[in-house]
Design a protein around this ligand. Sequence first.
Ligand SMILES: Nc1ncnc2c1ncn2[C@@H]1O[C@H](COP(=O)(O)OP(=O)(O)OP(=O)(O)O)[C@@H](O)[C@H]1O
Length: 586
Amino acid sequence: MNYRLNELFDQKKKESTLAGLKKLFRLIAHEKRNLIVAFIAILVNAALNLVGPLLIGYAIDHYVVTKLYHGLLVFSGILLTMYLAALVTSYLQTKLMGSVGQRMLFTLRNAIFTKLQQLPVAFFNQNKTGDLISRVNNDTDKLNQFFSQSLMQFIGSIATMMGSGIFLLIINYKLGAATLVPALLILIFTWGISPWVKRKNAASLRSSGSMSAEIQESLNNFKVIIAFNRRDYFKKRFSESNTENYRASIGAGLANTIFLPVYGFFSSLAQLVVLAYGLYLISVGEFSIGLLVSYLAYATNFYNPLRQLASLWSSFQVAMAGWDRISQILDLETDLVTESSPKETSSKSLVEFKDIHFAYPGGKEILHHVNFKLVRGKTYALVGPTGGGKTTTASLMARLYDPTQGTVVLDGRNIKSYTPKERSQKIGFILQEPFLFTGTVKDNILYGNDAYLDYSPEHLATVIHDKGLEELLKVFDDGLETPVLSAGNGISLGQRQVIAFIRAVLRNPDVLILDEATANIDTVTEQLLDKIIKKLPSQTTLVIIAHRLNTIENADEIFFINDGEVIPAGSFDEAVSKLMEGKRVS
Ligand SMILES: Nc1ncnc2c1ncn2[C@@H]1O[C@H](COP(=O)(O)OP(=O)(O)OP(=O)(O)O)[C@@H](O)[C@H]1O
C-alpha cells in the first residue's frame, strides 16, 4: 500500500473547504458549548458596536442641532454603558476561544500521535520523520492560532459587516446600494484568488516539512557526516531546501498580503461614494447631516472589518492548508487490520509460514514460495548473505508487514487474528539497532513491560535476579539508574542491545527473535547472554539471525535464506557436513 503522504496529497481529489471544516468540527464536537457561548458573546458585541453610530446620528440631529445639551449627556451615558458591555463580551470570547484553541491543539496532537502509532512500519519507511514532526507541531499550531486568535474576530467582523450593510440599506437604500458596490467587487476578487492563496500556503507548509526532514536527517547522521567529511554535501542539500522554503514562504507571504491593498483601495472608494453622493442628497434635501455622520460611521464599520477580514482570510487559508496536511494522516488506515474471526488452523507448530510471498511496497518480490515450521522450545538460526531476506522473514513473523500472498500462522491461528497487544506479548523482537528513549536504563527496560511498572525496586530486583539478568546490568555504571540520553546516543550499541535483550526477556515471549543481537557485544557479555537464554522457559522458541558461526552452534535447526528462498539445513553439524560434502546451500 502507498503511504507516501506527499504523493497521496497530489493524487487525491482536493476536499472542499466546507467539507474540511465539517470534519474539523466533528473532531472538536465536545467544545460545542464553549463555541456557542463565544459565538453569542461576539454577536452581542457586534450588535452593541453597531447601535453606536445610529445613536450618535440621532443625538446630532435631535440634541446638537437643537442645542438640547441635557439629552446629549444622557446619550453619552447610554453610549458609555454600551461600550463597557462590549468590552465585557469581547473579553469573554477572547478568554473562551483562547482555551478552546489550546484544547484543540492538545486533541489534534493526541489524535495524530494515536494514528501514527496505529500505522504500519511501511508508513514510516515511506515518509520522512522530519516532515511528520512538522505536521504534528507546526501544522496543528497554525490551526490553533486561527482558532484562538482569529475565528471569533472573523465571525465578529462578518456580523459587524452584515449589520452595517443592513443599516446602510435601511437608512437610504440608494446610497446604501452605491456604497456596497465596491464590496461586491472585493467579494468576487477574494473568491477568485482563494484557491491560489490556499495552494501557495500548502506549498509553504510542505516545503517547511521537507526542510524539517532535511534537518532531522543531518542531525541523526551527524557522526557519519563528520567522519566522512560530508559537511559540504549536507550544507548544499540544506541550502537547497532552505532556498525552496524561502521561495515558497515568499509566495505564501505575497498571496496572504495581496488582499490588504486591494481591500484598502475599495474601502476608500466606498468612503468617496458616500461623501459625494451623501452631500448631493443633503443639497437636494433628501438627507440630514446627522444621518450622513451615522452613514460614514457605518461605511467605516462595514469596510474596516472587511479589511480585517483580508488578513483573517489569509490566516484561515493557512489554517486550512495545515488542516489538510493533518487530515491526510488522520484519514490513513492501516492495512494491518486485526481480522475479527480467529480461525483455528490445523498447525501444531508455534510459527508456520504457509506459501509466503513478499515484496516491499513498490519493490520486487523478496521472498518466494516460503514454507517452514518452528516448534515450541527449539532454537532456530537464520543465516545467509547480506540482503538475502533474513530480517524480512523475521519481520513477517512479528507482523511488521503482511505477506503479499500466503499465511503466517502463530500458535494455531492466522497471525492477522491477534490484536497488536496479544501479538507483542507472544513475540519479542530485538532489532539490529534497538530503539531507546531518553530516561534511565530502567525506564527503557520497562518500556512495553507494563506488568512490571508497579513493582517496587526490591520486587523488580528479585525478578531480574531470578532471570539471571543481574550480571548483565554490570555493563552500566549505575545499573538500572544509568541515564540514557536522547535516542540512546550516549551509550554504546552493545549496551543498547543489552537493554533490548533484557527488555525482551522480561516479557517471557513465546518466540524471541534476535536480529544480529550479539554483533556488537564482547565475548564475555555474549557468554552471559547465552547463559540467560539457556535459563529461558523451556518452551520459548528462539530465532537467531547471525553471521557469526559461534552464535548459531547451538541451534536445533538452521535455515539458509538466500535469493528469496528459505532452505532448511538441519542442525549445525548437519549443515557443516553438508558444506563439507560440497553441497551448495547458500
Ligand atoms: N524497508 C524496505 N523497503 C524496501 N526494500 C527493503 C526494505 N528492507 C529491506 N529491503 C530489501 O529486501 C531485501 C532483503 O533485506 P533484508 O534486510 O531482509 O536482508 P538480510 O538478509 O536481513 O540482510 P542483512 O544480513 O544485511 O541484515 C534486500 O534486497 C533489501 O534491499
